[in-house]
Write a protein that binds this ligand. Structure first.
Ligand SMILES: [Zn+2]
Length: 377
């Protein structure tokens, strides 16, 4: 690509930015509540940084799986996103009513209170930054999807449903560290909820439905156990996070880690200016995204790659195309080109092939051919 990159991609990938970082005032950056290691201060790991950035821009990518050994900065990177979080519209109503839901012309789709608000021209939502929610390692299914409040059931002989962690994750980033060690029932519940954007809890006569438009990030160390292929397929992008290869980078990473540990507030404030610029650009990219379309022939070429690679899962093209659109938006363009597709191809298409399925289909084809042979002889 000959054209210069957008400010957003430039800040993300230009390590020299770090050398001329502007000292921003502490007061107006909200630093008091957050001393996470700044995302932009992470050395190298371009693929991981890009994947996280694209996922913040476009939820349709379908989440992200970070695969790599311990101590390579996966959790630090995810937590560092806190000061880059975009604004999302959150419902002011306990029933979750929103302006942009498909209630238009169908007042029954919102609650009576909100119907009155709409009549008065009052807003149903307010803007808030996306939040980071971490799934505790020892979480039980009840904690995640919700369940009967046992204390109230015993003491008052009443059934009351507790909200689970998932119900708070709507429009937020849900981070699952060591996703491969999680109970299958829990990970299935989360992946279903993320895919459908809502989930229902049923306990006896009680049911409750919650929105769950999650931005899902999982991480795993393959040394500690595999993630079953059908679960892995449901994560959009997959990033391999490995140790830094360049010794200069590794030394720089060490220096920054120490500087952060010694004076965290000073370190965070040194990165605050570029962090702020980046968050503004992420917001702009999200707003541009609905207008981003494909140049002629780009989608066809993407499908050709997927078929040539013999990838069965149709989630592959959703992730490939949506990540490419997010990349174009990050680069302040309305047209997605073949180059956008190439940038995200490895992340979207790797580890998608199932040896079992391809062998299974091949055997079946042989049998079907034999059936045709017999019935037409
Ligand atoms: Zn309502």
């Amino acid at each position: 690509m000959t054209k210069t990159r957008s400010q957003l991609l430039d800040i993300l990938f230009n390590q020299s930015v770090a050398k001329k970082v502007v000292k921003a005032p502490l007061s107006d950056q909200g630093l008091a509540d957050s001393t996470r290691f700044p995302f932009l201060a992470l050395v190298g790991q371009e693929e991981m940084k890009l994947a996280l950035l694209l996922s913040l821009i476009n939820r349709q990518i379908g989440g992200l799986l970070l695969v790599g050994p311990r101590g390579t900065g996966k959790t630090t990177a995810v937590r560092g996103l806190i000061n880059l979080m975009p604004q999302v519209k959150r419902s002011l109503c306990i029933h979750g009513c929103e302006e942009e839901a498909d209630w238009n012309g169908n007042v029954e789709a919102i609650c009576p209170d909100c119907a009155v608000k709409v009549e008065r021209g009052e807003p149903l939502t307010k803007e808030e930054p996306m939040r980071l929610i971490e799934l505790p390692l020892n979480a039980r299914l009840e904690d995640v999807i919700g369940g009967i409040n046992e204390r109230i059931a015993l003491e008052q002989n009443k059934i009351v449903l507790n909200r689970g962690l998932l119900s708070y994750a709507d429009q937020n980033l849900l981070y699952i560290d060591e996703v491969n060690l999680l109970d299958d029932a829990i990970i299935n519940a989360i992946l279903d909820a993320a895919a459908q954007g809502m989930f229902t809890v049923r306990r006896g006569p009680m049911t409750a439905t919650y929105r769950s438009r999650l931005f899902l990030v999982g991480s795993m160390n393959p040394e500690e156990g595999k993630l079953r292929p059908q679960l892995q397929d449901r994560f959009g992008l997959r990033v391999l996070v490995t140790a830094l290869e360049d010794p200069t980078d590794r030394l720089e990473a060490y220096r920054r880690a120490i500087a952060y540990q010694q004076t965290p507030h000073k370190f965070v404030s040194e990165w605050a200016y570029h962090t702020h610029l980046t968050s503004v650009d992420i917001q702009a990219a999200r707003e541009l995204l609905p207008k981003v379309h494909f140049a002629k022939g780009v989608e066809k070429e993407g499908i050709r790659w997927i078929q040539d690679l013999k990838i069965e899962s149709q989630r592959a093209e959703i992730t490939l195309f949506e990540a490419a659109r997010a990349h174009a938006a990050a680069d302040e363009r309305e047209t997605t080109t073949i180059d956008d597709l190439k940038v995200v191809a490895s992340m979207a298409l790797r580890q998608r092939k199932s040896k079992f399925i391809s062998e299974y289909l091949e055997r079946q084809k042989k049998e079907d051919d034999l059936i045709q042979e017999v019935i037409s002889s």
